[in-house]
Design a protein around this ligand. Structure first.
Ligand code: TPP
Length: 320
């Protein structure tokens, strides 16, 4: 049975993701990091990771799933070593662009640049789990824009036919870079498509990580017990540009972004903890200080880590 997560642990994860994200953005603006893919606004999605078992389940993430990765054991040191393409980058040993998550030790599959190929890979893992009679569930995330791609259709159709233990999670932030949802699809909810594949679908507010957890828990338990796949759509808003290479002022007004920020999932969840008297300003200050210290230390560690060696360029690329 999946146990209800400690709300403070959920908040800690969301805040750490936000602070790491902010630091990466600053490093990029300072010219010290080549590329940033912000997750600000998507942190509440991580509620799903508390419904999974990192010791047996597989995560095939969306590139904005930094907070969920932290639940699966990824550390700020890992993130910064990946950002600086260091030899000890657990994602790819310094080979991949930033936010191409993956860590074999932690059952996190490497994502590929062509979006969203990884959704079909997730279905492959789920098929293997079924053939091997493992009780592992595979979770895969993708954006609303990616949901228009054929890969997602093929993955969901195949998974439903074969009743595979996989959960599809569409993180709908209403934009595929500059393309708004209404130019991408003629429906309001991506989850409505689930019926067409013969699987349950639901829409949940990404501002509420515990609501996300609850929907994820139902889908994961169903998948684990042979009930087959499900589609969960989580409504979020991306506060920063698509990546550090994007200028979002060209396609959305500052007023729209400011309006969305009123519903900042990190602030909303903190307020909820305060209202329930399990959080206060003193604890907030202490936590922020602790996390900033952890980030400073991780950054220092990554900056002093060695670069990959030229002779290792082909390691894990060709069979020896
Ligand atoms: C096959 C392919 N086409 C185009 C791109 C460039 N690209 C990267 S992310 C992206 C938008 C994806 O939007 P969405 O799926 O909604 O996710 P979001 O970035 O909004 O979280 C595009 C077009 C790509 N990586 N792969």
């Amino acid at each position: 049975m999946t146990t209800f997560p400690d709300p403070v642990a959920v908040y800690r994860t969301m805040l750490l993701a936000r602070l790491v994200d902010e630091r990466i953005w600053q490093l990029n603006r300072l010219g010290r990091a080549h590329f940033a893919v912000p997750c600000a606004g998507h942190e509440g999605v991580a509620g799903f990771a508390f419904a999974l078992d990192p010791a047996r389940d597989y995560l095939v993430p969306h590139y904005r799933d930094l907070a969920a990765l932290l639940v699966f054991g990824t550390t700020p040191r890992d993130v910064f070593c990946h950002l600086f393409a260091k030899a000890n980058d657990p994602m790819s040993g310094g080979r991949q662009m930033f936010a191409h998550w993956g860590d074999a030790r932690r059952r996190i599959l490497s994502i590929s640049s062509p979006q969203p190929n990884h959704v079909t890979h997730a279905v492959g893992i789920a098929l293997a789990s079924k053939i091997r009679r493992e009780d592992a569930v595979t979770w895969t995330g993708f954006g609303d824009g990616s949901s228009s791609k054929g890969d997602v259709h093929e993955a969901m159709n195949f998974a439903a036919i074969h009743k595979l233990p996989v959960v599809f999670c569409c993180e709908n932030n209403s934009y595929a870079i500059s393309t708004p949802q209404e130019k991408q699809m003629a429906i309001r909810n991506v989850a409505d498509r689930a019926a067409g594949y013969g699987m349950p679908g639901c829409t949940v507010d990404g501002g509420d990580p515990l609501a996300v957890f609850e929907q994820a828990r139902v889908a994961v338990e169903r998948a684990r017990h042979g009930g087959g796949p499900a589609l969960i759509e989580i409504k979020v808003y991306r506060f920063l540009p698509h990546t550090s290479n994007d200028d979002d002022r060209r396609y959305r007004s500052r007023e729209e972004v400011e309006r969305a920020r009123v519903q900042d999932p990190v602030t909303l969840f903190r307020q909820r903890l305060v209202d329930e008297t399990i959080w206060d300003d003193g604890r907030e200050q202490a936590l922020r200080q602790e996390l900033q210290h952890q980030i400073d230390e991780a950054l220092e560690f990554a900056e002093h880590s060695p670069a990959p060696r030229a002779e290792d360029a082909f390691a894990n690329v060709y069979a020896a």
